[in-house]
Structure formats: C-alpha cells, structure tokens
Write a protein that binds this ligand. Structure first.
Ligand code: ATP
Ligand SMILES: O=C(O)[C@@H](O)C(=O)CO
Length: 411
C-alpha cells in the first residue's frame, strides 16, 4: 500500500475512493480500522471512520489507530479526507485530528484544501465558496451537526488548532507545482490553507505534495497524488471487473442537506416520512419501516430529511445529539432489517446516516465501482449487496433512480 487515507465519514470516504480509482490506483475502502493485513496489490487504502461529529478526543484516537494500521501496511503518504464544505465546529474535529496526525508523522508542512470544483467547492483568498455563495450563505450554516457560519478557512481552522495557520494564495498556485513547493517551504506555519478553484490547481497542488508525509482536504486534493506514484513507476494497471446486482432495492435518507431534500421531493416511488417526534415517541420502529419498504413495488424511500426549521425545532425539544443518535440508530436498524429481508441494492443519503448504516451491516471492505454522480461511486459490500453512499449535497435531482439503475447495471 502506497497511499493511506483516513476518511472522517463514510460517504466522503467513498467519494475519495472514487477519485483515486478513476485516477488509476487500486483502491479499497475499509469499514473502520481492519483487524488483519490488507490484500496484496492494494495501492491506496481508505479507512472510513465515523469521526466527523464525535467528541474531539475520540476522533483523534480513532484517526491515530487508523494511521498506525496504514503505516503498518507500508504507506508512504497519508491523506486525511474531510468534507469539501469543511464540516467541523470551532472545537474540531479537522484541526485537532490533523495536528495529531502531523505530530505522529513528523510532518512539518500540512496542506489544507477542501476544494472540489466539480461539485462547486472552491477556495479563494482563504475563503470557501459553494457555487457562487460563500460557505456561510450556502445552506451549510443550517447543518444539523456542524453549522458552518464562517467561510474564512484560515480563521475557522485557527480556532481549532494550537499552532498558527498559513495561507497559500491562488496566484502562487496558478504558477504551478514548483512555485507552490517553494512557497510551502518558505512559509513559517505548519498548517497551510491552500487556494484552488480549478481541477488544474488541484493537480498542481498534488504534484507539489509529492513526498509530503501528510496531506489533508476533500477528495479533490487526491486528484494529483496518484500521478506522483505513477511517474515513479510504482503503480500497476488498475483492475476493472465491476458487475451490478439484481434483486430488491431501497433508499434511506437521513440527510437534511439542500440537494437531498430536492431529491426526496423529486422521488416518484413510494415514500415513508419519519419525523423526529414519531421516533422519539416510539410511534414507529425500524422493523415496521423495513416491513413497509419490503411490501412496496418500485423503489421505496424511507426518509427523515426535513427543512432547517423543522430540524431546529426537534433539536430544541429533544437535544441535538439525542435526536441525531435516535435517527441514526433507526436507519441502522432499518438497513439491517432490509438486507435480512432481501434488499440487495441499498442507497443511503447523508454521511452520518451512511456511517451508521454501513457499521450496522458489518461488512469489512467496500470495493469501488463506477461513478454514479460526481463524488458517488457504486460500492460492492459482498456477494449479495451493493451500495451507494451519497454525501448530503451530492447528486442531481434524480439521483435515487439513477443510482438504482447504475447499481443494477450488468447484473
Ligand atoms: N428530522 C430530523 N430532525 C433532526 N435531526 C435529523 C433529522 N433527520 C436527520 N437528522 C440528523 O441529521 C444528521 C444529518 O447528517 P448526515 O451526515 O446524515 O447528512 P448530511 O450532513 O446531509 O450529509 P453529509 O455529511 O454527507 O454532507 C444526522 O445525524 C441525522 O440523524
Ligand atoms: O467532500 C464531500 O463533500 C463529501 O465527500 C463528504 O465528505 C460529505 O460527507
């Protein structure tokens, strides 16, 4: 294994797996830190954690465990993958995890770049944009767990870390890898927020990152890394061989992001809405929801996705963590019952939701298949189950139907 990746959620990890696979690395996504050694021939390993919204100390511990395993597999470079919308709070977890990884690796220059131009995320003058809006006016200011209220990544990251935060501006990035490297070496700070507005900028940053022990960012920052290993003659030919899965399908959505809510609104198949109130009152159970889905024709959707004011009211009434935990437990249990009931194609929306679901399904590794939408690949979780784990804001309005079709292709 050459490149070791630590993803702070499951959808983000599959987004990264997608990028690395498309760039020609033989990539496997692991569900948590594996027990044994990786298979021979894996060139990039992505350890998917559910560490984005857990307490800081737990995120640091989980990430260092993943680091130890990746180093034991021989990894020469580590990539810490977080959300392209920099999902975090003033306490963490991005900063403290990155500082702990840098410390353990002895890394003295650490790039921070969540840019993903293909999904509209760009960093300019140290500020993160989603499309033509600043992050803090993009809808992310209403996120149920990590409301992003400051678009200045330098200022936001500085609140999370001990050391100073530097900045690598776009005009240096535009001058290419050599200029970037020279500026990185000349910067006093260890942690450096990097501008990037085009894929070409990410390729240049990737080239400049050759040999850096630790790189951090969204999946975009991984675009240029495989080329460093290829140039050095270290990559084999990536093996193809994906096949889809026939059988029953279902969609579970706990994401309240704008894109997911549009997909839920557009869904034409049978739907079952789960409100936080109904769950907290015990009015609906996972077994009942799964039973409902299994009795439907077409593509059933079970969702708790709700508008920001509805989410806010539920959080005020029951507490943010309590309601999130109850919703996630519900989807985890529903997924288990669906798969027991014969569902073979499962689509989940939302990083936390997907993490809860995949952990509940107790699969060790996910094989990366073809791309459904930017940042969302097909995944095989075993001989009888394929998955699509959709990040909240990814995918077009018809994503659920498109994912179902793609997951079934070639079956
Ligand atoms: N109706 C609801 N009321 C309150 N909280 C909810 C409701 N529905 C979902 N949640 C919680 O909101 C959180 C949504 O986070 P999740 O990561 O699943 O989606 P997302 O943030 O849109 O996705 P991503 O992280 O991939 O961008 C979950 O913890 C979920 O349990
Ligand atoms: O980077 C992104 O936006 C996604 O891969 C993700 O992490 C959302 O959960």
């Amino acid at each position: 294994m050459l490149l070791g990746c630590i993803g702070d959620d499951f959808t983000g990890s599959s987004d990264l797996g997608n990028t690395l696979t498309r760039a020609g690395m033989r990539t496997v996504q692991y569900v948590g830190v594996p027990q044994g050694a990786a298979d021979e021939g894996v060139e990039a390993g992505v350890v998917a954690l559910k560490s984005r919204s857990v307490p800081v100390e737990e995120a640091v511990r989980l990430s260092l465990d993943a680091l130890d395993w990746l180093l034991a597999q021989g990894c020469e470079q580590i990539l810490f993958k977080y959300c392209s919308t920099f999902d975090s709070t003033p306490q963490g977890n991005i900063g403290p995890v990155a500082e702990a990884l840098a410390e353990r690796l002895g890394a003295d220059r650490v790039i921070f770049c969540p840019a993903f131009p293909g999904a509209g995320r760009r960093v300019y003058q140290g500020h993160l944009f989603v499309g033509d809006r600043l992050l803090s006016e993009s809808g992310m200011e209403n996120h149920p767990l990590t409301p992003m209220t400051d678009p200045d990544l330098r200022r936001w990251l500085a609140r999370q870390v001990k050391g100073p935060v530097g900045h690598l501006p776009a005009d240096v990035v535009f001058d290419g890898a050599e200029a970037i490297r020279t500026r990185l070496d000349a910067t006093d700070a260890r942690l450096i927020v990097c501008d990037a507005i085009r894929d070409a900028d990410l390729m240049a940053l990737g080239a400049a990152a050759a040999g850096l022990r630790l790189v951090t960012g969204g999946s975009g920052i991984a675009m240029g890394l495989p080329e460093n290993f290829r140039k050095a003659g270290r990559l084999s030919k990536a093996a193809a061989g994906w096949r889809g899965q026939s059988g029953r399908a279902a969609v579970l959505s706990g994401s309240c992001s704008n894109a997911t809510r549009a997909q839920v609104a557009r869904h034409e198949g049978p739907r079952l809405e789960i409100t936080a109130e109904a769950l907290m009152a015990g009015e609906i159970t996972a077994r009942e929801a799964a039973g409902w889905a299994l009795a439907q024709e077409g593509l059933p959707l079970v969702y708790s996705s709700a508008d920001p004011e509805v989410v806010r009211a539920a959080q005020e009434r029951f507490g943010r963590e309590t309601v999130a935990g109850r919703v996630e437990d519900f989807f985890a249990e529903t997924a288990r019952a669906l798969v027991e009931g014969g569902v073979a194609r499962l689509i989940t929306a939302g990083g936390e939701t997907s993490g809860a679901v995949v952990e509940a399904l107790a699969r060790d590794t996910l094989e990366i298949g073809p791309e459904i939408a930017p940042g969302v690949p097909c995944l095989r979780a075993g001989p009888d189950l394929v998955l699509a784990l959709k990040s909240g804001n990814f995918g077009g309005p018809d994503f659920f139907a498109e994912a179902d079709a793609m997951l079934g292709q070639g079956a």
